[in-house]
Design a binder for this molecule. Structure first.
Ligand SMILES: NC(=O)c1ccc[n+]([C@@H]2O[C@H](COP(=O)([O-])OP(=O)(O)OC[C@H]3O[C@@H](n4cnc5c(N)ncnc54)[C@H](OP(=O)(O)O)[C@@H]3O)[C@@H](O)[C@H]2O)c1
Length: 329
């Protein structure tokens, strides 16, 4: 009898899909066999996963025979395929934003709320990349002191917008004119304070995702959270300047101490910090420049960086799958 777990990667040729394959190769999960799916354009490409070489297939007309599927595809693909595949009994971890705020779908960062996995009925949503790294940092603070208010400004890399966006950036660097860009302004040698569309309150869809998803993951409905999301000309790695007000007015030492020895979190020594270039390819979240507000006791500022394709997407999704498999749910 073949008792191998059958795992599919949907959108296997995109930035997140390729990174998921890298992560799976590094973690070499035992007793699994893999399938990979993408559009007609890529059909037949060979990829190596976990010591086997497989062909990328086009999406089958009926749900395939799989135990788990990592969806790394755009919203329009997730909208139609996720419900169909889930109804066929496949457990799905979806990277798109379609189901993230659905109250019946857990939104999980394993270091923060892995217990929510037990509520999954066939589908777990992977949060937005900028949300994941912030949740990892806020969770120990909330647990130790209680959070009163959060304000964040993000500096998000071009790879956060997918393979086409990276191509656009490279074309701009090469001085080529491109008629249709995924960015609202030139991104080369620029900084764009707009990611996604504006809503009626003047926030962008990226900012709204960050604010709403954080509340869901941390189970913090009544805390004021505000965000300004900015695209920067960096290939990989999102950075965040964060300000948090805490209950209980701890001092700087107590706050710094609560980040030590936390799973998935690397704390820089005072005076040191990490940049996206240095941490690209890492699975952890990096925190540095921890300071107390000079005029407001109980308010702290820090700098948080993570690889958006790894912890912000693929690594988090694979970690969810690993926990889900172990939980036997
Ligand atoms: N990039 C990030 O940092 C990040 C972080 C968190 C979440 N996400 C989410 O993860 C998903 C994938 O993002 P990405 O950055 O990897 O995008 P990407 O580089 O554009 O890759 C998209 C993948 O989906 C496939 N695809 C595109 N259009 C399709 C269609 N109409 N029908 C079927 N398949 C289609 C592509 O196949 P072909 O190669 O054949 O075109 C490719 O494999 C998105 O939902 C995104 O919002 C991304």
């Amino acid at each position: 009898m073949d008792d191998k777990l059958k795992i599919g990667i949907v959108g296997a040729t995109g930035l997140v899909g390729q990174t998921a394959i890298e992560v799976l190769n590094e973690r070499s999960p035992e007793n699994c066999e893999f399938s990979a799916y993408a559009t007609e354009r890529i059909k037949g490409r060979m990829i190596a996963i976990n010591e086997s070489v497989i062909h990328v297939e086009t999406y089958p007309s009926k749900p395939p025979d799989l135990d788990y599927a990592l969806f790394c595809a755009p919203n329009e693909v997730a909208k139609t395929l996720v419900p169909e595949w889930r109804n066929a009994g496949i457990r799905i971890i979806d990277n798109s934003s379609v189901f993230r705020l659905d109250a019946a779908v857990p939104l999980v960062v394993p270091e923060v709320n892995s217990s929510d996995i037990s509520d999954a009925s066939g589908l777990i949503a992977n949060p937005n990349c900028s949300t994941i790294q912030l949740a990892v940092v806020l969770e120990p603070l909330h647990k130790a002191f209680g959070i009163k208010r959060v304000s964040v400004a993000t500096y998000q890399s071009v790879s956060g917008a997918g393979a086409e966006a990276v191509e656009q950036w490279e074309n701009e660097i090469a001085g080529e004119t491109v008629s249709k860009s995924p960015f609202p302004r030139p991104i080369h040698a620029n900084v764009i304070p707009q990611i996604g569309e504006f809503n009626e309150s003047g926030f962008t869809s990226e900012e709204a995702k960050l604010m709403k998803e954080l509340k869901k993951i941390l189970h913090l409905d009544n805390i004021p959270i505000s965000a300004t999301a900015v695209r920067v000309p960096v290939r990989t790695g999102h950075s965040e300047a964060v300000e948090v007000s805490l209950n209980g007015k701890p001092d700087l030492k107590e706050v710094s101490r609560c980040f030590t020895n936390k799973e998935g979190l690397v704390v820089s020594a005072p005076g040191e910090y990490h940049t996206p270039l240095e941490i690209a390819g890492s699975n952890e979240v990096f925190i540095s420049r921890i300071r107390e507000h000079p005029d407001e006791k109980g308010t702290f500022l820090f700098w948080v960086v993570a690889d958006n394709l790894r912890k912000g997407a693929a690594t988090n999704a694979v970690q969810i799958m690993e926990k889900w498999i172990v939980s036997g749910e």
